[in-house]
Design a protein around this ligand. Structure first.
Ligand SMILES: [Zn+2]
Length: 254
């Protein structure tokens, strides 16, 4: 049986050489502790699944999309003291991104979407730097904020909370420990008001903020909540991929 032609890792040259791919999707995650109950690869599982199902829906709607292998390391400079959290610095990520984009450029694949699954990753400045010297159109999507989570969750949470736990219960239930083994994801706030209120920003020193590595309480998570949110997110992202695939790069503005 032929593999899904939109999942590059599963696809052969036989398929690839005859397909006019319009958009490449690069899922980008992280390898880090997620409270006591979710696996270190949570962000990779999430971004890979969101990419795969969004691409499947987009392919069905006629868009020629290829999901590249997930990059498993994120910016984790605030978690260097947590065992086996693996940091990839922004400057390293920029080099990796540039190599991927220039490969696509040489092959005439015109558009690249970075599907980001980790809060510590921020590709916008890298794209600003890369774009003037690269013929591939590059953009970025954070999958967790393209649909308002409030109607789906009591308290979505930031990291290993209700949103992520629900999603993992839906996507990889065999990797989620029982919720009575999870911590409550209680997080300490900054003492300085501007930082606490969010209009001033500094990265958080994770182990000073949370005792269980989680930020957000997973107690109310269910697989059904995860399923509904996942459907909404992949519907939205697939719609974006379809629109982007057919967009004329010479006419991107109204
Ligand atoms: Zn995560």
């Amino acid at each position: 049986m032929a593999a899904d032609p939109y999942i590059l890792s599963d696809t052969t040259w036989k398929t690839v050489r005859g397909t006019d791919y319009e958009v490449a999707v690069l899922p980008w995650g992280a390898t880090e502790a997620h409270n006591f109950h979710l696996p270190y690869g949570t962000d990779n599982y999430e971004s890979s699944h969101v990419a795969a199902v969004s691409a499947w829906k987009a392919w069905d709607a006629g868009a020629r999309v290829a999901v590249l292998p997930t990059i498993p390391f994120g910016v984790n400079t605030g978690q260097l003291d947590i065992k086996l959290c693996i940091n990839m610095n922004p400057s390293t990520q920029a080099v990796v991104l540039g190599d991927v984009a220039r490969s696509l450029e040489a092959q005439g694949i015109p558009k690249l979407v970075i599907l980001n699954g980790h809060g510590g990753n921020d590709f916008r400045q890298m794209i600003r730097e890369l774009q003037p010297t690269c013929g591939v159109f590059v953009c970025t999507v954070n999958w967790w904020n393209c649909v308002d989570p409030k109607p789906y969750f009591d308290e979505p949470g930031d990291h290993g909370g209700e949103l992520e736990t629900s999603l993992m219960m839906h996507l990889a239930p065999n990797l989620v420990l029982p919720l009575d083994e999870a911590g409550d994801g209680k997080a300490k706030k900054f003492r300085v008001a501007g930082l606490r209120d969010g209009w001033a920003w500094a990265p958080r020193e994770w182990t000073k903020v949370t005792a269980d590595t989680g930020v957000g309480n997973p107690a109310a998570a269910t697989a059904e909540k995860g399923r509904k949110f996942f459907e909404a997110v992949t519907d939205r992202i697939s719609g974006f991929l379809v629109e982007l695939a057919s967009a004329d790069l010479g006419k991107m503005y109204e």
